[in-house]
Design a binder for this molecule. Structure first.
Ligand code: SF4
Ligand code: SF4
Length: 134
């Protein structure tokens, strides 16, 4: 069964320069998209999206977990419906298209797509969005 899973990956300094993402792709033949990456000599932090057969996605996660700490991304965003006025300012800020304008011009959030980058939080003039810390 095909599936998509998003994970946070923290890689310690001793593994930062190892080609672990490309090896995970080569070993499992799944697609791995890097949605966010902050690489420093002491540690790397990545947000990855893994697409493929369920067994292979889990295999890739098992492989990656040998080189770093993994957390599967669950719901991280909350919108206060009372404060939100559907102005749409947050839509263009979202790097993964988790915020959209519906046919009736209401703004809708897809919690499953959100990667917790907080870009929308910064632009919301009504402070209607909260994102759990990553
Ligand atoms: S925090 Fe906001 S901008 Fe970032 S991915 Fe989630 S919905 Fe999109
Ligand atoms: S920027 Fe804030 S008020 Fe505007 S649509 Fe987004 S959440 Fe709602």
């Amino acid at each position: 069964m095909l599936m998509k899973k998003r994970i946070y990956l923290w890689v310690p300094s001793e593994n930062v320069h190892k080609p672990i993402i490309s090896n995970a792709i080569l070993n499992t033949k799944i697609n791995i998209n890097i949605l966010k990456a902050k690489i420093e000599p002491q540690e790397a932090f990545l947000i990855l999206e893994l697409n493929g057969d369920e067994d292979k996605v889990n295999e890739a996660i098992e492989y990656l977990s040998k080189y770093g700490e993994i957390e599967e991304i669950s719901k991280v965003i909350k919108r206060d419906e009372e404060k939100c006025v559907d102005c749409g300012a947050c839509i263009t800020m979202c790097p993964v298209e988790a915020i959209k304008m519906d046919d009736d011009f209401s703004v809708v959030f897809d919690e499953n797509e959100c990667i917790g980058c907080k870009s929308c939080v910064k632009v919301c003039p009504f402070k209607a969005i909260e994102v759990d810390d990553i």
